[in-house]
Design a protein around this ligand. Structure first.
Ligand code: AHG
Ligand code: MN
Ligand code: MN
Ligand code: MN
Length: 339
């Protein structure tokens, strides 16, 4: 008897998108084309990230973004790649990005907006890690516009609560490059084979462990944390039951989230640091990660309430973020409630 061993794991991301098109609420193929465009842009960014140190892409760009952060060259490059790739294909009617003050309206040569989708994006997550060869990422969030199709896109199309997301995902440009996304029917992860430029389904139906032993928080800010977070951190460090837990913090949300997703853990970026609402942005960092966490059986909260139920009021709004294994997030919420 002859057995064929399928070492290359079979399904590609392209095949997966087509096969699962019927999952989408409105399966005209438009969302499939949009996700394919994101896939293409990630390959371009991946290529550039891999060249860091060989071509002039490391270091500061020389401008500040609306967040008050110094933009890195790769922040600007990745932002341009995503905006160009998505706008040239008429797959979105609008894009909001961490690197742009305002949202961008996408119109075609006839000056009309064809697509019914808007994308919110963190083109390059973990900017501060680029120069030291540590994993960086991309995070994206997709909504159906609420204003009528064919009319100019409006702010309200972007300021939707996370529970209205149609799809969300993140990419890690790491020791291997992965794209993980959900369309509301579970979470699937794909790994790039860089020699042929194809993503393969490597992590089908991802589930975040119900409980875990890793906590990820920038403890340098400890003195500024709310009492509930301080108490929870002490709890993580206590020698009791299956504790102390392990502390792991990379400083790239994508990479920290991904590790916790696979191994079980909690990620916390609380209030009381650089701004009263923490650092992470609700629309293009927290909501997409929350959607993925929930779709994988995990949980995401601001310490008190579900992230995806927050009604956004601003494009670059920040929010405290507690995300990961369900029981760990619930335990942290208990500490927050006690104050
Ligand atoms: P970005 O690089 O997109 O601005 O995001 C940086 C974020 C996030 O990736 C990370 O978790 C966090 O900033 C780290 O912040 P601290 O350095 O304050 O811990
Ligand atoms: Mn930034
Ligand atoms: Mn980020
Ligand atoms: Mn960023």
């Amino acid at each position: 008897k002859n057995t064929i061993m399928n070492l290359e794991s079979g399904q590609t991301l392209g095949e997966f998108i087509i096969e699962n098109q019927q999952d989408f609420q409105y399966s005209t193929g438009e969302l499939s084309r949009l996700i394919s465009s994101i896939k293409l842009a990630t390959k371009v960014v991946n290529h550039k990230v891999n060249q860091a140190g060989l071509v002039d892409i490391l270091g500061k760009f020389g401008a500040e973004n609306v967040q008050g952060e110094e933009q890195q060259k790769l922040d600007v490059f990745a932002n341009e790649v995503f905006i160009k790739t998505l706008s040239q294909r008429e797959v979105v009617c609008g894009i909001a990005s961490e690197e742009n003050d305002d949202f961008i309206e996408i119109v075609n040569q006839q000056n009309s907006t064809k697509s019914k989708y808007v994308v919110l994006i963190d083109p390059l997550d973990g900017s501060s890690n680029i120069d030291v060869n540590v994993s960086v990422g991309t995070i994206f969030s997709i909504y159906r516009r609420v204003t009528p199709e064919g009319t100019p896109v409006q702010m309200e199309d972007f300021l939707q609560p996370g529970n209205k997301q149609i799809a969300a995902g993140y990419v890690i440009y790491g020791s291997s490059t992965m794209l993980i996304y959900t369309t509301g029917n579970g979470v699937n992860g794909f790994t790039l084979n860089p020699s042929i430029g194809t993503f393969y389904l490597s992590h089908p139906k991802m589930q975040i462990p119900e409980d875990g032993k890793i906590y990820s928080v920038n403890e340098g800010n400890y003195a500024l944390f709310p009492q509930g977070v301080k108490n929870y951190i002490k709890y993580c460090q206590m020698e009791e039951d299956n504790r102390p837990y392990t502390s792991r913090y990379i400083g790239s949300l994508c990479a920290d989230f991904h590790r916790n997703m696979l191994k079980g853990g909690i990620y916390i970026y609380p209030s009381g640091t650089k701004s009263p609402n923490g650092k992470l942005r609700l629309l293009y960092e927290c909501n997409p990660m929350a959607f993925i966490a929930e779709q994988a059986g995990g949980k995401a909260s601001d310490g008190f309430n579900r992230i995806m139920d927050i009604q956004p009021t601003e494009l670059h709004q920040r929010v405290p973020f507690f995300c990961g294994s369900k029981s760990m997030v619930e335990k942290a919420e208990e500490f927050m409630a006690k104050g």
